[in-house]
Design a protein around this ligand. Structure first.
Ligand SMILES: NC(=O)c1ccc[n+]([C@@H]2O[C@H](COP(=O)([O-])OP(=O)(O)OC[C@H]3O[C@@H](n4cnc5c(N)ncnc54)[C@H](OP(=O)(O)O)[C@@H]3O)[C@@H](O)[C@H]2O)c1
Length: 236
């Protein structure tokens, strides 16, 4: 039977490229996104390549949307092999918090947390049991070098806080795998030329997804509860 992979934020950037790459590797890919209707062009382009992809609606800032999404997954498929928690926002510039931590507004922190941390937490909480019942799963939380406590921090506090907390989400669920062949890891894609990373980033999308694919396809006994870039460990 085909392995099923869920990729969030699959309509553009790293999520779209990860979806294509996993489908090329033989997975059926559930491309989760806020507006499937607006992504018909991207989805059709993958289908034209004979890739097994299906778009499903998910707004990961809404608990109801997450619940509806998982109910649909449960009804239509009943199991999940891979979950890529990729969707994320970087909105610190909206209040000047990208330049100074003193400008960061509470509303920006909350909004960022809701999408970047609580969304992946709730989705993992609901998908993890579907993996546990099959005894197999790979969960990749797309984090950031900006989450690292070991680096000097200047600004973009909301984003940094949310991704550092996402790394704890990784650790919390990694501690729950028991004897199952489940690996839960955080991955930093590096600084990548997407809408979020901008045109000056030093990495292509292909380079950025390399480590995500590595963590999504780890062999049995692969690392669990780690933080990686390009398959190499990062300090928290
Ligand atoms: N690019 C970089 O340099 C870089 C570096 C480190 C980490 N990352 C991380 O990599 C991941 C992907 O980033 P990217 O560079 O591909 O960014 P991007 O091009 O801005 O794409 C972000 C994706 O997240 C989706 N999204 C945002 N809020 C959502 C929500 N509430 N529900 C569902 N989907 C939502 C967006 O959907 P819409 O189209 O609907 O907005 C879009 O598909 C993010 O977690 C980001 O933090 C990126």
């Amino acid at each position: 039977m085909k392995k099923i992979a869920i990729v969030t934020g699959a309509n553009r950037g790293l999520g779209l490229a990860t979806s294509e790459a996993l489908a090329q590797r033989g997975y059926k890919v559930i491309m989760a996104m806020r507006n499937p209707d607006k992504a018909q062009k991207q989805i059709n382009a993958l289908k034209m390549k004979d890739l097994d992809v299906v778009a499903m609606k998910l707004d990961q800032s809404s608990e109801k949307s997450i619940t509806d999404f998982v109910n649909q997954i449960r009804q239509e498929y009943g199991f999940v092999d891979v979950l890529i928690n990729n969707a994320g926002i970087l909105i610190d510039s909206e209040d000047g918090g990208n330049s100074s931590v003193f400008k960061t507004k509470a509303s920006t922190v909350l909004k960022t947390f809701t999408t970047n941390t609580l969304g992946p937490f709730l989705l993992t909480q609901k998908i993890f049991p579907l993996m546990k019942q099959e005894g197999y799963g790979r969960i990749v939380n797309v984090s950031s070098g900006m989450a690292q406590l070991s680096q000097a921090q200047v600004a973009s506090a909301s984003y940094r806080l949310s991704k550092t907390a996402l790394n704890m989400v990784t650790n919390l669920f990694a501690s729950e795998v028991g004897d199952a062949d489940i690996c839960v890891n955080s991955v930093s894609p590096g600084w990548v030329r997407t809408d979020m990373g901008g045109p000056n980033a030093d990495r292509s999308v292909e380079q950025g997804i390399k480590g995500i694919l590595w963590a999504a396809t780890l062999p049995k006994g692969g690392p669990n509860g780690g933080f990686f870039r390009d398959g190499e460990p990062l300090t928290w």
